[in-house]
Ligand binder design. Structure first.
Ligand code: ATP
Ligand code: MG
Length: 261
């Protein structure tokens, strides 16, 4: 299963991604976490040692040239649209606490869509990476909607939009929904985060409808404290654990089913 976590800046995408990755790994899935945010923080959030030393794939210029036939940065050159990517996780992913992680790195925006070898390479990583039955690829996206234009997430099974109880974040979710439909994505779910009470939960539910609300995580000081202390976020509160398991159940229930037309 391939998931991408998206949403407005600061709503808790990386935290949610780390909580899900950890829970998937605990329940026996092989997890490949992909940090697709140029301002990469997932490795640090998951407490990988020396996160800055994890080389982003898009900086591996020799590798990209070898696979696409074109040096990154060259414009107008004809490159292979389907470069080989299957060996990348084994060769380049860094592992910590049972989670493998790849950093994608920043892609310069090449206008509507982006036809550069780096983007072709990254898109292919998501599209053609073969996953075994219990493998999960979970991508932490950059904030906002821009990445949807590049099509990196076109091949995910689920686009998960994280929102907090704020109009701005739910409006961003609706914008993401429209753009996701434009690129043919139909499985879109919402996770509410930083919710303090039933009223905030109800606000989110009403604001994102008819998108399915996969779960709601409470505002939890333990998550902020873990972030400040450099510890991975943990479902220390029973309701966090319960919501994360329910979310995972809903996501995995679709495994093996045909995508809706
Ligand atoms: N449920 C929560 N309760 C309390 N604090 C939270 C919760 N979820 C996330 N946070 C805190 O909010 C801050 C932002 O979280 P995070 O980095 O996960 O957001 P993000 O959406 O990935 O941000 P960005 O858009 O910059 O990538 C962090 O300090 C994190 O610890
Ligand atoms: Mg983030």
């Amino acid at each position: 299963m391939k998931l991408a976590i998206t949403g407005k800046g600061g709503v808790g995408k990386t935290t949610t991604c780390a909580l899900l990755a950890t829970a998937f790994a605990k329940s026996g899935h092989r997890v490949l976490a992909v940090d697709a945010d140029p301002n990469a923080t997932l490795a640090s959030c998951l407490a990988f040692p020396d996160p800055e030393r994890i080389t982003p794939i898009n900086e591996m210029t020799d590798l990209i040239e070898e696979r696409t036939g074109v040096k990154p940065g060259s414009s107008g050159a004809v490159f292979k649209l389907n470069p080989r990517v299957d060996d990348l996780p084994d060769r380049f992913a860094v592992e910590h606490n049972g989670i493998r992680l790849l950093r994608m790195g920043a892609i310069k925006n090449g206008g509507a869509g982006c036809y550069c070898p780096e983007n072709a390479f990254l898109k292919n990583l998501v599209t053609h990476l073969f996953l075994a039955r219990r493998d999960v690829l979970i991508m932490d996206m950059e904030a906002g909607v821009e990445h949807l234009g590049r099509g990196t997430v076109r091949a995910v099974d689920w686009l998960v939009v994280v929102v907090e109880p704020s109009r701005q974040s739910t409006e961003t979710a609706k914008r993401i929904e429209l753009l996701a439909h434009d690129i043919g994505l139909t499985r879109i779910g919402v996770i509410g985060n930083k919710c303090r009470d039933a009223a905030e939960r109800a606000f989110i539910q009403a604001a994102v409808a008819p998108l399915p609300l996969l779960g709601v995580l409470p505002y939890d000081d333990a998550l902020r404290e873990a972030e400040m202390a450099g510890r991975p976020p943990q479902a220390t509160r029973p309701e966090v654990e319960r919501e994360i398991s329910a979310i995972i159940q809903q996501l995995t229930a679709t495994l093996g089913q045909a995508l809706p037309a």
